[in-house]
Unconditional design. Sequence first.
Length: 232
Amino acid sequence: MERRPYTQSRTQQVPHSFKYSNELENVSFREYGRNIQNMARHLLTIEDRERRTKMAITLVELMKQLNPVTGEPNDYYQKLWDHLHVITGMKLDVDSPFPKPDSEVLVKKPKPVPYLTGEAKFRHYGRNIEELVRQAIEIKDEEEKEQASIYLCRLMKLFVLTNSKDMVEDNVVLESLRKLSDGLLKLDPEKVAAFNLLSLNPKEITQAVPSNQQRSGGKNRNQRNFQQKRRR
């Protein structure tokens, strides 16, 4: 029997060119996918400006369907057009309803965020307390500075109670405030105790400023006790 020469089939003769995703160009916006990017790049090859604009509008609507947003904020369509310009490398020339975004803004790097270095003086209070203390030191009015100091002490007590079930003494908080402010913020311990100024329950706080009735008549018990302690 005569043997026929070996011939490759058609599928074997035509080489297949496969490319992996890591070999392809990066997708600018993953929420739209590679097909949208390819269609956007195809717009650059259309010579007729009117036809190119119509296809760009259609492509924007398709991008909207692929990445819908609840409520559609006012700048949503402008955002889609901006993304289309970015995908085309800012080379798309169409009659867009929105101006083309500034390329310098897109490539501009954000300013570095300054991170605080070093540990906080009192970790259970946090760094925000230290910033509030610095702001309170800059207050010029003495009465307003005192109110700010009282607020800070109450806040510090609240932070301690959040992390621990043990009640913190007022003297401990007052001493912490003095150390945090390098001695620039001080509260009179006797006055704090007399008027219960650091209480976290508003009903237990006695106002230091007397009411009209107290001004015309007498003074409440806490005010008398406080003045008697001061005379001693």
